[in-house]
Write a protein that binds this ligand. Structure first.
Ligand code: G16
Length: 550
């Protein structure tokens, strides 16, 4: 066994996006591609930060969503870590840890940070995607200062430092030695389960299942399966078989583990059947996203955040109330109305969970959420799919109301924010960039202009000044705000791996109860037409309509 250095060449495309570095598996499998990124990360972490903290001699957490290349990547990273002064790695058994579990383990074990191997909701398998991201000691995604420093390091990297020790056994719960580094293979579920026990009334939930409450949780052959099985079926006594597609597969069994009504069609079918269970839910590849359903009823993520905020004090972990709430800019303003009624601070951040970190650390917010099927709280620093499922189960247990009743009552009280996101996927990058550039140029001419019954009241390219550290993030999405509360938002996705994806977010507000039950796409068709008129999406992309509308 020996530590050795190897010369390497720069890859110029290793700038992390919305959530870490995501590429096709084939890109990651190029010689030195993963190694370069990890070496750059370790170099940056080993250069002590402002507080004098450096990784050397400390503990890292490591795990991933089990997708293709996960196991190989784990071995590569362990050998690099061993050669770069890491003292201990806490590795999820089999190389498995969900994103929320990594966050929980970092926080509970006071690790220096953690590496998550996941491309989240992107498809897996040899032709699918792979990804890697770093989470800091607060358990949350690295901020942009750190990710930019890693990118800068990748651009000048000339050498890798690794060990040529044999692979270690990643499947057995035990402690092993790799050079001077200890590798402790840990139970992926234990720490996460301990956090959930502190937040929710497990006896209440057990009682529900004893009385016959039924649910179907689709783990989409991804990493959420073992967690959902252990907690819902194991701890809480949900009927066996309540969690389906529960074994993480390297290619997710061909499923696209992006829980929305399009990709989780099978769940929608089950929840619409005459014998549908009381409650349905799905999680994504790394189990941080969630989709929540009642019988024949899908909950919009933005509404989910609003409902959670309104009822949070019913949950033991939040019984003393919330400090504040935050949502990403494109997420609907439904939660704003609840926050206003409850007198809670409400923050609007750019897309990306990393923007919630400072607010959570500073004790300014307790709950956060996004339109992209993500909700979470201060219990960790990631969004959390199974936590959201337990939250919604608890709401039903505490109120005795169904999902549909809870949501419809909410609309009667606060009004309904009709909401949809249209994705135009696989657009040529230059076409997408030109569309956004032209749109930005057109912004000053739009205020005051009428489109049907409504007029544009304000346009901008969303910029965010972090209220905690003062950092500024510009160009976060083009917004058209209308005088009746409607919004049209355009931005390019930062998580795709092929071409560009244009996201168009449409929202209108309806406070009249007799008009709160209309089909969403129908209700928002007028706004979609405005977007088309302003941006010329069809003409520019040659697409007849969005590839996904959720
Ligand atoms: C990531 C981020 C989220 C973001 C989502 C979509 O989620 O953590 O904050 O909303 O991507 O981002 P975009 O619109 O740029 O594609 P995940 O679940 O993919 O890690």
């Amino acid at each position: 066994m020996a530590i050795h250095t190897t010369p390497t060449q720069v890859f110029t495309d290793q700038r992390p996006g919305t959530s870490g570095l995501r590429k096709k598996v084939g890109v990651f499998m190029q010689p030195h591609y993963l190694e370069n990124f990890v070496q750059a990360l370790l170099d940056v972490l080993n250069a002590s930060d402002a507080s004098g903290q450096a990784l050397h001699g400390q503990t890292l957490v490591l795990g991933g969503d089990g997708r293709f290349y996960n196991r190989t990547a784990v071995q590569i990273i362990l050998k690099l870590a061993a050669a770069n002064g890491v003292a201990r790695v806490l590795l999820g058994q089999g190389g498995i840890l969900s994103t929320p579990a990594v966050s929980a383990v970092i926080r509970r074990r006071q690790a220096f940070g953690g590496i998550v191997l996941s491309a989240s909701h992107n498809p897996g398998g040899p032709d699918g995607d792979f990804g890697i991201k770093y989470n800091a000691s607060n358990g949350g995604p690295a901020n942009e200062t750190l990710t930019e420093a890693v990118f800068a390091r990748t651009m000048v990297l000339s050498e890798l430092r690794s060990s040529n020790a044999p692979d270690i056994d990643i499947d057995r719960l035990c402690v092993q030695q790799l050079e001077q580094m200890q590798v402790e293979v840990i139970d992926p579920v234990a720490d996460y389960l301990a956090v959930m026990r502190e937040l929710f009334d497990f006896d209440l939930l057990r009682g529900m299942f004893k009385r016959g409450f039924t649910l179907r949780v689709d783990a989409m052959n991804a990493v959420g399966g073992p967690y959902a099985k252990a907690i819902l079926e194991g701890e809480l006594g949900a009927p066996k078989g309540s969690v389906v597609n529960a074994v993480p597969l390297e290619d997710f069994g061909g499923l696209h583990p992006d829980p929305n009504p399009v990709n989780a069609e099978d769940l929608i079918v089950h929840m619409s059947a005459p014998d549908a269970p009381d409650f349905g839910a799905a999680m994504d590849g790394d189990a941080d996203r969630n989709m929540v359903l009642g019988r024949n009823f899908v909950v919009t993520p933005s509404d989910s955040l609003a409902l959670m905020t309104a009822h949070a004090t019913l949950i033991p972990g939040y019984k003393d109330g919330l400090l504040g709430v935050a949502r990403s800019m494109p997420t609907s303003a439904a939660v704003d109305r609840v926050a206003k009624a409850l007198g809670l601070p409400c923050f609007e951040t750019p897309t990306g969970w990393k923007f919630f970190g400072n607010l959570l650390d500073a004790g300014r917010v307790t709950l956060c959420g996004e339109e992209s099927y993500g909700t979470g709280s201060s219990h960790i620093r990631e969004k959390d799919g199974l936590w959201a499922i337990l939250f919604w189960l608890s709401l039903q247990g505490a109120t005795g109301e169904s999902v549909q009743d809870l949501v419809e009552t909410h609309w009667r009280v606060y009004g309904r924010n009709y909401y949809t996101r249209h994705d135009y996927e696989g657009i040529a990058v230059d076409v997408a960039n030109a569309l956004m550039t032209d749109l930005r140029a057109a912004l000053p001419s739009l205020p005051g202009r009428a489109f049907g019954q409504r007029a544009v009241s304000l346009t901008d390219d969303f910029a965010y000044t972090d209220p905690v550290d003062g950092s500024i993030s510009k160009n976060q999405g083009v917004r058209l705000l209308f005088d009746d509360g409607a919004r049209v938002i355009f931005r390019l996705s930062g998580t795709g791996t092929e071409g560009a994806t244009l996201r168009l977010y449409l929202e209108s507000y309806e406070d009249d109860p007799v008009r709160q039950d209309q089909p969403v796409q129908q209700k928002l068709a007028e706004l979609a037409a405005v977007a088309e008129q302003v941006a010329g999406i069809r003409k520019r992309t040659g697409m007849d309509g969005p590839s996904v509308a959720t």
